[in-house]
Design a protein around this ligand. Structure first.
Ligand code: CMP
Length: 139
């Protein structure tokens, strides 16, 4: 099934100047870039996005990091986009990420792990519509 998934190029990757290299990896893997924007998230926006992690010990550090600089928000589309993006991103903890994955190449730590990708169809629908309106998805 053709799916959309929400990806984020996180502040460490933007700061490190590898946003373009990450976008190229998605294109080489035949994802279509359906929407894209660079923004600096506010604390409120980041807290809403990561609401499921509220109360966890790493929540404060996660918000501090995600608001520390600009991110690039991307809607990717292809057959099985949600799972295929999880594969190309690699494990959340870069110590466990497979060779050749985005996180193996560009993560700096568990928190500064370069990219986010939706983990299920339900999350993808919520996350895409959290950041993009219908007019931004029609091109
Ligand atoms: P991501 O899955 O993109 O979104 C939630 C983030 O929280 C996750 O990436 C990690 O960067 C971070 N995270 C999850 N669990 C931990 C943890 N135990 N310690 C530090 N950071 C974590």
């Amino acid at each position: 099934m053709v799916e959309k998934t929400l990806a984020i190029i996180k502040p460490n990757a933007v700061r490190n100047g590898v946003a373009g290299k990450i976008l190229a990896m998605w294109e080489e893997a035949e994802f279509s870039i359906r929407a894209l924007k660079r923004v600096q998230l506010t604390q409120v926006q980041a807290a809403g996005f990561y609401a499921e992690h509220e109360g966890k010990p790493f929540f404060g550090g996660l918000l501090e990091f995600m608001t520390s600089g600009p991110v690039v928000l991307v809607v990717l589309e292809k057959e099985n986009a949600i799972l295929d993006n999880r594969t190309i991103m690699g494990a959340t903890n870069p110590d466990n990420a497979a060779e050749g994955t985005i996180r193996k190449l560009y993560a700096d730590s568990f928190t500064e792990n370069a990219v986010h990708g939706s983990d299920s169809p339900t999350s993808a629908a919520r996350e895409v519509s959290y950041f993009f309106n219908v007019f931004e998805l029609t091109a």
